[in-house]
Ligand binder design. Structure first.
Ligand code: ZN
Ligand code: ZN
Length: 226
């Protein structure tokens, strides 16, 4: 597994499963947070990396969404440190196998029922910051997909909101995406936050992504129509 510090507070961990799979460790005042849990073979490397960073024990796992390539190492990591797991409340019934993801035939559990808890929200339904990260609901790839913004480092951990190739934003993988039109619309979060860098689970980092947003939207909407 390749480990790289990408900003003051964030480390990126990458492995390959035909395509790259990334997870991130964020070391902040609120302790160490794992963003997404990749595939099961990443578990050992994640645990070793937390120990090496000397930011204290792991405090929590936060998920962008519940697809199995984002939850695979939860069990092993939690055997080592039984931390809470958070996801958007909309996502939880799908990842627990109570509902089938849109466009999928069967409901399949990717986490044990009762394990994931909803990301904390204010009374008016705004997602609250957690582990130094601000979550934003960015649905489409899955109904409860969220992205996590680290304001101080100006980095957006975007999960499967996008893929990317050679530093260019690309659509999420079509076969795994619940509603492509909605996913493309959710890219507006980049306009709002104007991050310096985007990290995606399956792709390369994207620098100054807002500058290519218009091109991304034009290309993606054209691809949807054809
Ligand atoms: Zn996914
Ligand atoms: Zn994925």
């Amino acid at each position: 597994m390749r480990i790289e510090q990408i900003s003051e507070h964030i480390w990126s961990l990458r492995t390959w499963m035909l395509i790259p799979v990334h997870v991130w460790l964020v070391v902040d005042e609120e302790g160490v947070t794992l963003v997404d849990a990749g595939i099961s073979s990443m578990g050992k490397g994640i645990i070793e990396c937390v120990a090496k960073l000397k930011g204290g024990p792991l405090q929590r796992i936060v998920l962008t969404h519940g697809h199995s390539d984002h939850t695979g190492a939860i069990e092993l990591v939690r055997k080592n440190a039984p931390v809470p797991v958070f996801a958007h409340r909309t996502e939880i019934p799908f990842m627990e196998g109570k509902l089938a993801y849109p466009r999928r035939k069967k409901a399949v559990a990717s986490v044990a029922p009762g394990l994931a808890q909803p990301l904390p929200e204010t009374p008016d339904g705004q997602l609250q910051s957690i582990g130094g990260l601000t979550p934003y609901h960015a649905p489409g790839h899955s109904p409860g997909h969220v992205v996590y913004y680290h304001e101080q480092d100006d980095v957006l951990l975007a999960g499967d909101l996008f893929t990317s190739r050679k530093g260019k934003l690309r659509r999420p993988m079509a076969i795994f995406t619940a509603d492509m039109q909605e996913a493309v619309q959710s890219a507006a979060i980049v306009q709002k936050l104007q991050p310096k860098r985007i990290e995606v689970c399956h792709g390369t980092p994207v620098l100054e992504p807002a500058a290519q947003l218009e091109a991304y939207l034009t290309l993606s909407l054209k691809q949807i129509r054809t």
